[in-house]
Design a protein around this ligand. Sequence first.
Ligand code: ATP
Ligand code: MG
Length: 332
Amino acid sequence: MSDLMLKLRNLKVVFPAQEGIIKAVEGIDLDIGKGECVALVGESGCGKSVTSLAIMKLLNSPPALVKVDEINLDGEELKNHSDAKMQELRGKTLSMIFQDAMTALNPVMTIGRQIDEIYIRHNNYSKREARKLTIKALDLVGVPEAKSRANSFPHQLSGGMRQRVLIAMAFACMPKLIIADEPTTALDVTIQAQVLNVLSDMQKKHHVSLLLITHDLSVVANMADTIYVMYSGKIVETASKRELFTSPKHPYTEGLLGSVPRLSDSHHHFVQIPDAVPHPMFKPGGCYFHPRCSYCTEECKLKMPPLVKTADGSEYRCFHPLNLKGGHKDAK
Ligand SMILES: Nc1ncnc2c1ncn2[C@@H]1O[C@H](COP(=O)(O)OP(=O)(O)OP(=O)(O)O)[C@@H](O)[C@H]1O
Ligand SMILES: [Mg+2]
């Protein structure tokens, strides 16, 4: 049996519009091992959410046109599954934690009932049994006085507590894979850290595979095993967390790291990547990152660099990789 929980191959998503075609995702591959936490990182608009929605088969078509060779979840190919079949899998085998708990939760139902329903629907528990499990689940994610809090409505809880409720819901049926799309972006920094700790503890305790989506590399520093860096619809670097933080190969990754504060570096200057992600309808020729890259040469303007694999299994898409054995390239 394979150690892979998710094997995604050659995912392409476009949105046809009147003015042209938006290429949101351009042929990406993604592997998530069993019990592994994989982070998908990149700036706003680079295709992270579209990728996660495509895995869950939640993209509306039209407008989205999705092409994919494989969406293999623990040996089961999801590519041709019907909506009904996918609905059965969602919440049971595959679940998602969204950024905005207020829209993910039903405002007129107590949080206890919303979690009870997951246990009842997927595992045929009685109401009484379900409530016992709900209280245990709320307790596990650190909701204090879980028994009475279960009777609260979403608006009666703080943002951090609501996010904990979403985590409890995502784990309720012990899915094989959880996708968390910017699960803490809407929270204050201190609360963010607490909620991420809960998510990380739950993931490790239950050995669930987790795809963590964020635009902020500092969020994944303590959690992810493997990091995929996405830029303008393409994967530009894949590496273990350690490798990526200590020796990034792609200038874009280096730029993202430049904006992560490090405790060890008291004189840290924030490095910013100039300009912005190209409009998805007007991507530049060659490497999509070249207009923002300080290492850019003529070659980069003409050709899209291929994804190159290193001996240690990391991958990069760049003609002028950094931190390879044999020295560090200098900026122009
Ligand atoms: N329904 C849609 N119709 C047209 N274009 C879309 C649609 N959904 C997404 N896009 C486009 O696809 C591209 C990728 O969007 P996506 O939401 O995946 O970005 P993201 O990486 O999740 O960004 P963020 O960090 O802001 O959440 C964007 O250019 C976006 O405008
Ligand atoms: Mg998004």
